[in-house]
Design a protein around this ligand. Structure first.
Ligand code: G3I
Length: 352
């Protein structure tokens, strides 16, 4: 059953049957099914009716591809521009979906003025005020936040703390501060630490899994209120998923008392064969391997792709194909037709 049919049928039957959970009201299709969603691009949300229709048809959850990032929200120290997130949450709520929040503390998508923040006092004050203001504004309406995004470095074989305006003044403590402030601003929201490069059968990915686990252990030892690890899961199409190691990693994360979810799933296909059928099959296989590795251990609290259609995707910004063919990283093709990846995702989220 498609989400739209289901919402109608469920509405008629009365929604009181729903399991109470994190994304309550997001119309999960059974007690055991996993809410599915996608990142939304603000441009086509306003102009492309087919895009809106696809989101309504397929998604229980949405997250802004931008809009809540500092660069979008904070053009100057005194301004908070809520146009994009307000537009998205209005769309979500009108269509029975929930919105996730992305993101509160990241090194990238920062306005110039915020990159000039200096010293412990100024930097922590600004980070806290931002989180109190933004999380507070959507308190009770955004059930899950990517509080800290991409905390791990990515510039060599040793994985450490990523350099940012936050870490340069506050060190790792910026993570503690961000989570404590978010927790105080909305005691009921799921607070997520979100990162990429945790899935592949490569030395680099293995080092990132180790570094993330070490970080999560330190956060646990300091009583930092992190509730879940988000696998961004921008899966490099030419790298195998290390199913055993991902399962072991998920199991270690669960042992720390944390949930997991998939926040930005897509397949980076610049190195994959040109042939669409072949390419789509490999992409679906990667997605199936990742979701399978997680599901072997636990039920992720949500699965979201970073976009819904190949028509609107960030992938060619960094990973344009050299043969001139368009990228195909997402579950629907550019004409909103379901690809094998969508069938794999549906099976995984329905059957858990
Ligand atoms: O809004 C401006 C527009 O006014 C201007 O004309 C245009 C010209 O380049 O740029 C527009 O801004 C772009 C923005 O996306 C909105 O489309 C930025 O240049 C561009 O850098 C920005 O890219 C986003 C990127 O994060 C940086 O914020 C991507 O759409 C978005 O998909 C990407 O998402 C990240 C996640 O947040 C974190 N994980 C990785 C993921 C993919 O890179």
């Amino acid at each position: 059953m498609r989400r739209r049919d289901f919402v109608t049928a469920a509405g008629a039957a009365g929604l009181a049957l729903w399991t109470r959970g994190l994304f309550e009201g997001a119309a999960a299709e059974s007690h055991s099914s996993i809410p599915f969603g996608a990142a939304v691009n603000d441009g086509p949300l306003q102009t492309d009716a087919a895009y809106q229709k696809a989101l309504i048809e397929h998604c229980h959850l949405v997250v802004g591809e931008g809009g809540l990032k500092w660069a979008d929200l904070r053009p100057s120290p005194s301004q908070y521009v809520y146009d994009q997130p307000d537009r998205l949450i209005t769309f979500a709520e009108a269509n029975g979906m929930k919105m996730r929040g992305h993101t509160l503390a990241w090194y990238a998508a920062m306005p110039d003025w915020a990159l000039q923040l200096k010293g412990e006092a100024e930097t922590s004050r600004e980070l806290m005020t931002h989180i109190e203001t933004v999380v507070g504004r959507y308190k009770g309406r955004i059930p899950s936040w990517d509080v800290v995004n991409e905390a791990l470095s990515d510039d060599g074989p040793r994985v450490g703390l990523r350099e940012s305006v936050w870490s340069s003044s506050l060190g790792e403590y910026y993570i503690d501060l961000a989570f404590h402030t978010a927790r105080a601003a909305d005691p009921n929201a799921q607070l997520v630490i979100n990162d990429y490069g945790l899935e592949a059968a490569t030395a680099k990915s293995s080092a990132r899994r180790r570094a993330m686990l070490d970080l999560l252990r330190r956060l646990r030892d300091r009583d930092v209120p992190v509730q879940a690890l988000g696998f961004q899961a921008h899966l490099p199409g030419n790298e195998e998923i290390d199913k055993d190691e991902v399962s072991r990693f998920v199991s270690d994360v669960k042992d720390l008392g944390l949930d997991v979810l998939v926040t930005e799933l897509d397949v980076i296909d610049d190195q994959l064969p040109a042939d669409f059928k072949e390419r789509d099959a490999i992409a679906a296989k990667r997605v199936g391997a990742l979701l399978g590795a997680i599901l072997d251990v636990t039920r992720p609290t949500a699965v979201l792709t970073w976009g819904i259609t190949d028509r609107y995707t960030w992938v060619p910004i960094w990973y344009k194909r050299s043969d001139g063919y368009a990228n195909r990283p997402l579950p629907l093709d550019e004409n909103y037709r379901e690809k094998p990846m969508m069938r794999t995702i549906k099976q995984a989220v329905a059957g858990a």
